[in-house]
Design a binder for this molecule. Structure first.
Ligand SMILES: *Cc1c(COP(=O)(O)O)cnc(C)c1O
Length: 471
């Protein structure tokens, strides 16, 4: 292999970083996000060879492209140990609904949502690098639901890692809350912030932007802004596309989107040579991205709670990475737009940039009522129960087809991002019965909860954290 890949910040303040640097910090010191200096890519011939790899081996092949030499030789072992703990041998099995319409089940990890695929991997990478550097870190994260449980599950009670997860008080589902608040111990905690998800995210971001605080406690981010979390998500796009005909055929993916992390991983797969014809970006009623892709205007409004709470977001942090590419990786242009956004909650793409974005993405917004109807329809037609987020992805496909936005006769894979039992009340509302609860979730629901409720006030939060961190 050539020299190890180097990383750069979208805002131009940091360059030439190693994978280990970007792994441990997460958010760049200039407020930007880390990106590889260029995209590794696979030839057609190489894709044909990769097509028949099992999930762990495929993961290794892809993930090795992005790490430093020190980790490269450990990747095979990590891939095997992470994905052998999942409850399905395929890891990300494909379910055929009908000709050219597939679901990819991404809920076979411990917390039953796709976040596990990356988070379990991330914790192993952290372990390796921290051992090597003999360091201790403090992980801070904001969650709209599923990230928090996946992170706590993956990083709980580790000797050299403290983890504190903030979730919006009373705005996550009961199951999501249980999955977080039943994991606790010294240096492992969830905190309910009296705010919405964007408030949680802003709070965590401002603690990271406080360089003194950040350095003193070696803060580390595991939100989807952490570059290393995106990498394992790239894997299932390859895996799924191969199952339905790639690389010989082009494939379309539909992705229910919030923070733009999951769908960005799909776009990276495309940049790496996977023949993805289009990525469909499904939004719920919080449709900031749909508006952007349709008219080029990024305008933040208030978050309205919906039936797909993990997507109740108005600031899609990872979009900055795609924006960086749209602006031909020019940090000055990026800073100009992001400063505008921070000051005025607004920026606008020009016609050429919008056209470039439309080459890759189509976007649709799905109402709560459409979510309920889609769950019902899929159950009636295919005897399959989808969760409300997955319903957004499926409905977006139907809308794209109605508007004749997709090339015909290509296989379409809709990502099934969570198990329906995580959202029992919504399923009941749609189907008038409750979904079956897998045993690993049933066990969690019986455990005792423990969490702290705090006002959305940065100095209160900091004081609390300093008190709770292990020295
Ligand atoms: C996190 C999550 C999403 C949104 O994914 P992003 O990477 O934030 O765009 C959608 N559905 C479910 C079930 C999730 O947990």
């Amino acid at each position: 292999m050539a020299d190890s890949i180097k990383y750069t910040s979208t805002r131009g303040g940091e360059q030439n970083l190693s994978f280990d640097d970007v792994l441990l910090t997460g958010l760049a010191r200039d407020g930007g996000l880390y990106m590889p200096e260029s995209w590794p890519s696979f030839s057609y011939k190489k894709l044909l060879q990769m097509k028949n790899l099992d999930y762990p081996n495929l993961a290794s092949e892809i993930i090795k492209q992005f790490v430093g030499k020190n980790l490269e030789k450990k990747i095979d072992f990590i891939s095997k140990s992470v994905y052998s703990s999942f409850d399905n041998e395929e890891v990300a099995p494909i379910v055929k609904l009908k000709e050219n319409l597939y679901l990819m089940e991404l809920f076979h990890g411990p917390t039953l949502a796709f976040k596990d695929y990356a988070m379990m991997y991330l914790s192993k990478l952290f372990d390796e690098v921290l051992k090597e550097k003999k360091k201790k870190i403090v992980i801070l994260g904001a969650t709209s639901g599923d990230t928090g449980s996946a992170a706590l599950q993956a990083f709980q009670l580790k000797k050299n890692i403290d983890i504190f997860i903030f979730f919006p008080h009373k705005r996550v589902s009961n199951v999501q809350k249980k999955q977080m608040t039943t994991i606790y111990g010294p240096g492992t905690e969830s905190i309910a912030l009296k705010s919405d998800f964007d408030g949680c995210q802003t709070l965590v971001k401002s603690m990271f932007n406080d360089i003194e605080f950040r350095d003193e406690f070696s803060l580390s981010a595991i939100n989807s802004i952490n570059w290393a979390r995106l990498i394992p998500q790239i894997v299932y796009y390859f895996y799924g596309a191969f199952r339905v005909g790639a690389p010989e055929k082009e494939v379309i993916f539909s992705v229910p989107t919030g923070n733009f992390g999951n769908i960005l991983a799909g776009w990276i797969a495309l940049k790496m040579g996977l023949p993805i014809r289009k990525l469909i970006c499904g939004s719920n009623r919080n449709d900031v991205l749909t508006r952007l892709f349709n008219n080029g205007i990024m305008k933040k409004t208030d978050v309205i709670p919906s039936l797909s709470p993990s997507m109740d977001i108005q600031v899609s942090s990872n979009f900055e990475r795609f924006l960086f590419e749209l602006l031909d990786r020019n940090p000055d242009k990026l800073n100009f737009l992001m400063n505008n956004f921070e000051d005025n909650n607004y920026y606008e793409l020009d016609k050429q940039q919008l056209e470039k974005a439309s080459k890759y993405f189509e976007s649709f917004s799905v109402s709560d009522n459409e979510i309920l109807q889609t769950i019902k329809y899929i159950h009636k037609e295919y005897k399959y129960i989808i969760d409300p987020h997955t319903a957004v992805g499926i409905k977006s496909i139907f809308l794209a087809q109605q508007e004749k936005k997709l090339k015909n006769n290509l296989p379409i894979i809709s990502l099934a991002c969570a198990h329906p039992s995580k959202f029992p009340n919504t399923i009941f509302k749609s189907l008038t019965f409750y979904p079956e609860i897998p045993q690993r979730l049933g066990d969690v629901l019986k455990k005792e909860e423990k969490f702290k409720i705090i006002d959305n006030n940065i100095s209160k939060v900091k004081n609390y954290l300093i008190n709770q961190m292990r020295k």
